[in-house]
Design a protein around this ligand. Sequence first.
Ligand SMILES: [Zn+2]
Length: 313
Amino acid sequence: MTARMDVRYLCLAIVFLATGTRAPAISFVFDYNYDSAGFFSGANTNRRSTLEAAASFFETYLTDDLLVLDATNSGNPANTWAARFTDPSDGSSLRAITNLVVPADTLTVFVGARDLPGSAIGQGGPGSYWIYGTASWLETVIARGEMGALGPTTNDFGPWGGALSFDSGVNWYFDNDVSTIEAFPSTNDFYSVAVHELAHLLGFGLSPSFTRLVSGLSFTGAASVAEYGGDVPMYNSGHWLTNAMSSIFAGLGQQEAAMDPDLLVGTRKYFTDLDAAALTDIGWQLAIPEPPTFSLAAGLVAIMAMRRRLQRK
Ligand SMILES: [Zn+2]
C-alpha cells in the first residue's frame, strides 16, 4: 500500500517536471485603443475573453523565441522604428506607432470592428514597419531573431504583431469556454473567426515564407504536403480550397479546416492538423499536442448536423 502510493507520487512529480520545463510560449497582447466603435468595451467582456481564448490556442502550442523590440534600449541611440497597420475600425487610415515596445516572445495585436464589405466577417494580418538604424537593428525589427525570415530562401517569419477587424454588422456568438459545444443558430462563432484571423496574422497567406510555397492554386510546403498527401489545393493565395477537411488539432475527428475561406453560420471550427502544418511551413515551431479529449468529437457531431450557410472570412 505504501509502496504503491509512493509510485503514484513519483508519477505526479514527473508530470509536474515535464510541465515546468516546457519551452517559453508566444503571447498575444491585444490593444483596444483603435476600437473606436467600442465593440470590445463596456459590458461586452465576453468579447475580449473569447478573443483571448482563441489566442490561448496558439499560445499553448507556439514555442518560438522572438526578440524584444525596444528601440530605446537597443544599444544605439540612432535606432528607431514605427509599427504600421491599417486602422481596424475604419479600414483605411494607416496608423504608425513610433518605437512601440514589444516584449520578447510577444505579438502586439490592434483590434477593432467595423461593417466589413461584402460577406466578410473577419479580417486579419501582420503589420508592416518603418525602420532606421544599424544593420542588426533592422534585422531585429524585420525578423525578431528568426533568421530564416531574412532570406535568401525566406523560410521563417518573425512579425511584431498586426491588426484584426471583426464585422460589426452580423450576429455573433461569444463563448470563452470552447471545450463545450452549444447550439447557436443564426449566429457566427466568434472563436472560429478569431482563430482564423490570428492564423493570418501569423503569416498564413500573408508572409513571404508562405507565399514562396504557393504555386498557382496549390500549396507546396513540405509539412502541409505530408499532412494532406500531396500539394494542397487552394481557393486563393491565402486559403485552402473550400471544404478542405483535416483532423482537429489535439482533438478527435475530421472537420472542415480553419483556413478554408468560409464558416457555416451556427458552427464552430477548430484549428486542424492541416492548418497547423502550414504554420510549420511558415517557420513556426509547434509543441506536440496533449492527448485528445472527447468533447471535441462530440462537437464534430453537432457541426455535421447543422444547417449550411456560408460566410466568407
Ligand atoms: Zn481568411
